[in-house]
Design a protein around this ligand. Sequence first.
Ligand code: ROI
Length: 165
Amino acid sequence: MSRTPFRQTSLAYIGLGSNLEQPRQQVASALDELDALPLSRVSSASRLYSSRPVGPQDQPDFVNAVAALETQLSPLALLDQLQALEQRHRRRRERHWGPRTLDLDVLLFNTTPVDHPRLQVPHPYMHERAFVLRPLLEIAPHLSLQGLPLEQWLAKLSDKVAPLA
Ligand code: ROI
């Protein structure tokens, strides 16, 4: 007799960003594709936000969003899936902190920290990026990072991030 292995469901928060090749569509279709990943479903997603680039300013504005993903994948198996999804969007990255067609980041994975050469969770820069915190706050208003509520992290930042009409 064979049994289906029991797998625990985890809650991961995924940051999405794009500023090339119809960024709205890139992010909107990536949300659908996240929902279709194996052993995973999107349980909530923020609106799409427009944000000025963090890093080099000579690039288009970004579209950003955050999704909550219920998944039975491990953190590294999830990373593999996200990287494959980026590749299906023919991800281009011309330079460090430059424009990209689709960027998917694991922001949080349960409350479990991950420290691996390929993956660090919580995402090491998330608390200093309004384009991550603003959409995350929309779907997870009660979350704290390092003991401080998201809203208070966001209040420290001046970057403009606005929901798309
Ligand atoms: N800036 C914004 N506003 N949004 C992003 O998703 C984003 N992603 C990046 C860098 C280049 C750091 N800047 C960004 O990777």
